[in-house]
Ligand binder design. Structure first.
Ligand code: NAD
Length: 476
């Protein structure tokens, strides 16, 4: 086994780490509350002691990414998750009694909540601490052993997480392996008891196939195109600042960022003005502004520029928002609104994941709903307005991973709301008890009573059987 947390892990070392966790998980099935709490408290201490260094590492990996953003979107989210989990865990781990139907009485029944065993976690680069350690915390709370493969695009952050975790945890409790897509593919082919993947839909498909070969259940937290609907009843200015905040946080590199805006035809100009004003308020400058994140890599920057070039070439109108000082050495990309993009352009068919916001006018809300339902089910949906009948119609007639009404992103921060996607935006959810249960085996247990008369159903099927069945038929 490679002992350096910063060195890549070779295949044999990966297997050895998995085997150690697997053996440990089978040697100790029951993981009591005290042991789970101890692991979570060590994670909390790790975040307290290492929080500033982690924020600095994220900053260094991005080039520009404010430590305050990492504080709110990574560290605070994890601290609230830990707080909620530590408080609720004594209740969550208890067996849950269920009522027993009359034909099985006086037996009793309950659900015994047990760890699954070894959970693999693969995480992306955009919120590299939150999206790595959030699933880890969930898995530890559920009493599992965990192997984490963080993103290779944030190497400093991944190395620091590995170092901090190695100091605080035994490798058979929690360990980090580092490497690129090739290693990640090997990682995904390990026979985990559950594989928790956060990343793109394209890689999610590969991960699901690799896991299926082992019959390993997966949770897939993927991406997609999350619509943001502006209703005719909406106050444009207050909506614009919330949309600009949700879109431009981390420069649009957020899985649940609004991907495109649907608005009543004729209000494009008003939205363009309000969005520009809101952007200027949040980010008075773009280049050199420490609050405005850089695009993670030259490849992603080029991809975003190519999306713009394609639609501009096809006649779309681009509204660059904020002072455009030309190409940015720091890859701080000026936000762009796009009007009139073609329906089959990459901009309108692929996840954008950057500060470009296409604006699509609709004639009626029915048309907007049809647009959404003709596409893969989105990870998030946003609706802005005061007309509650219109809101309820949209909520009733669309299906998405989650919704925030009159704001963006915020449903992810609510620990009592499961977070996850549906269809191409993923499956399975976490946060709060939903996450705990996702990574827990709820084992059904029926305890038969010595007073039970199940023998009335045994052969040979005589008169008594017919009488009892006759009685039961009155109920069922
Ligand atoms: P990505 O899919 O390129 O990479 C994610 C992880 O998968 C990385 O750790 C990578 O090493 C690994 N990987 C690469 N090839 C693999 C393979 N063949 N087998 C297994 N793993 C492999 O995603 P990304 O670029 O890091 O992140 C951006 C994407 O993630 C966007 O699509 C975004 O919407 C999505 N995302 C989703 C959520 C969510 O909670 N739903 C959160 C953040 C990001």
């Amino acid at each position: 086994m490679n002992s350096s947390p910063t060195a890549p892990v070779a295949n044999a070392a990966l297997r050895a780490l998995f085997n150690a966790q697997y053996q440990a998980s089978r040697a100790r099935i029951d993981v009591p509350l005290a042991m789970r709490r101890d692991r979570l408290l060590r994670m909390r201490a790790l975040l307290v002691d290492g929080g500033d260094a982690l924020a600095a590492a994220v900053q260094a990996d991005f080039g520009v990414r404010s430590p305050q953003l990492t504080e709110i979107a990574d560290l605070f989210v994890l601290r609230t998750m830990l707080h909620h989990t530590l408080k609720a865990l004594p209740k969550w781990i208890k067996p849950v009694k269920v009522s027993t139907p009359i034909y099985l009485q006086p037996s009793s029944a309950y659900l015994q909540r047990q760890p699954l065993g070894v959970v693999g976690v693969v995480s992306p680069w955009n919120y590299p601490v939150q999206l790595a350690l959030g699933p880890v915390i969930t898995a530890l709370a559920a009493g599992n052993r965990v192997m984490l493969k963080p993103s290779e695009l944030t190497p400093r952050t991944s190395a620091l997480m590995a170092e901090l975790i190695e100091k605080a945890f035994a490798a058979e409790e929690l360990c980090v392996v580092q490497g690129d897509g090739e290693l990640a593919a090997e990682f995904s082919s390990l026979p985990f008891d559950h594989l928790f993947f956060t990343g793109s839909t394209a890689v999610g498909r590969i991960v699901a196939k690799a896991a299926a070969a082992n019959l390993t259940p997966t949770t897939l937290e993927l991406g997609g195109k999350s619509p943001c609907i502006i209703d005719a009843s909406c106050d444009m200015e207050s909506a614009a600042i919330k949309i600009a905040h949700g879109k431009l946080l981390n420069a649009g590199q957020t899985c649940i960022a609004p991907d495109y805006v649907l608005l009543p035809k004729g209000s494009e100009g008003a939205f363009g003005e309000a969005f520009a004003k809101a952007t200027a308020q949040l980010f008075p400058t773009i280049e050199g502004n420490p609050d405005y994140a850089a695009i993670i890599s030259p490849r992603h920057h080029d991809r975003l520029q190519a999306l713009l070039a394609e639609v501009e070439g096809e006649g779309a109108r681009l509204q660059r928002v904020g002072a455009d000082t030309g190409p940015s050495a720091a890859r701080q990309m000026v936000p762009v609104l796009v009007f009139g993009a073609k329906a089959d352009s990459k901009l309108l068919t692929e996840e954008i994941f950057g500060p470009i916001l296409p604006v699509l006018p609709y004639d009626s809300m029915d048309q907007a709903i049809t647009h959404i339902n003709a596409r893969p089910r989105p990870l998030a949906l946003y609706w802005f307005g005061t007309d509650t009948a219109s809101r309820d119609k949209v909520l009733a007639q669309t299906v998405s991973g989650g919704v925030t009404v009159n704001d963006t992103l915020m449903h992810i921060a609510h620990e009592n709301l499961p977070f996850g996607g549906i269809g191409e935006s993923g499956w399975g959810s976490y946060h709060g008890e939903a996450g705990f249960l996702r990574l827990t085996q709820q084992k059904p247990v029926l305890v038969s009573s010595k007073w039970g008369r199940g023998d009335v159903f045994y052969p040979p099927y005589g008169k008594r059987f017919t009488q009892v069945m006759g009685l039961l038929k009155r109920w069922f």
